[in-house]
Design a protein around this ligand. Structure first.
Ligand code: HXC
Length: 257
């Protein structure tokens, strides 16, 4: 493979990306970031690929940003390189992607999982923002996305104490979409990704855009944005196909047009 720190595999229409730095519990250094940017851009550009699953190992989705890489850096260096700014590119992925999380998802690991469209967790998953224990704060969006996901009370408590949240609490709190036994995690994630990959591709992008708009717009703006995108899909072949297939009681045969 062209990558050092991740494995990328296509299974039909599903791209599986596996973080692969086992010696550092998948700590996210600049190489991992650059490789994820490249792999996600390649996925977005490949019309044969319709959903992506990002996962780690059984022990760790990712134990955070690479502490050893950050340790000696100063302000000027961090500011000049806009350290972590590249993660914005990952969040601009237009097509759907799922984080499949087992074991530790701490610091940057939790933050990257929260960048996904949704998280499926193994019952072994442990989420946390322990940066306070290192004398810092989240730096890849965790203070914002965690607060959106679980509300102020739990987000503030987690950031201030650095404690971990188990899978069951994470599901109850709205951080993850679903919890499954660890042994079933990849089957469940791939099965879910295949279901999404079987939908009309433009509708998938539109659904994703409008749910994400809820974080950026007022309710009235968001509802207007939704309605306009909905109207727009009536200019696609897949809308005609989807509604005709329903009437004819058969599955839709999507062209992505
Ligand atoms: C670099 C890391 C790492 C990390 C683990 N390792 N986490 N290296 N950056 N974030 C390395 C360890 O140094 C060790 O390498 C190897 O992975 C195995 O880890 P152990 O600690 O020996 O494993 P274990 O005892 O099972 O403990 C697991 C753990 C612990 C509880 C997850 O590793 C841990 O607390 N990690 C740090 C978690 C964290 O603080 N994350 C937030 C990072 S800051 P060696 O070479 O010793 O074998 C962040 C946000 C950035 O992500 C925002 C600004 C800072």
């Amino acid at each position: 493979s062209q990558y050092e720190t991740i494995l990328v595999e296509q299974r039909g229409a599903v791209t599986l990306v596996t973080l692969n730095r086992p010696q550092a519990l998948n700590a996210l250094n600049s190489t991992v970031l650059q490789e994820l940017i490249d792999a996600f851009a390649a996925y977005d550009a490949d019309a044969s690929q319709r959903c992506l699953v990002l996962t780690g190992s059984e022990k760790a989705f990712a134990a955070g940003a690479d502490i050893k890489e950050m340790q000696a850096q100063g302000f000027a260096q961090m500011y000049a390189s806009n350290f972590f700014g590249g993660w914005e590119q990952v969040t601009r992925t237009r097509k759907p992607w799922i984080a499949a999380v087992a074991g530790f998802a701490l610091g940057g690991g939790c933050e990257v999982a929260m960048m996904a469209d949704f998280i499926i967790a193994a019952d072994s998953a442990k989420f946390g923002q322990p940066e306070i224990k290192l004398g810092v704060t989240p730096g890849m969006g965790g203070s914002q996305r965690l607060t959106w996901a679980v509300g102020k009370a739990k987000a503030m408590e987690m950031c201030l104490t650095g404690r971990m949240m188990g899978a069951e609490e994470a599901e109850r709190s709205g951080l993850v979409a679903k919890v499954v036994p660890a042994a079933d995690l990849m089957d469940e994630a791939i099965k879910t990704a295949e279901a999404i990959a079987g939908m009309a591709p433009l509708a998938a992008i539109a659904n994703k855009e409008m749910v994400n708009a809820a974080f950026e717009m007022t309710l009235a703006q968001g509802i207007n944005f939704e309605r306009r995108l909905f109207h727009g899909l009536f200019g696609t072949e897949d809308q005609k196909e989807g509604m005709t297939a329903f009437v004819e009681k058969r599955p839709g045969n999507w062209t992505g047009k």
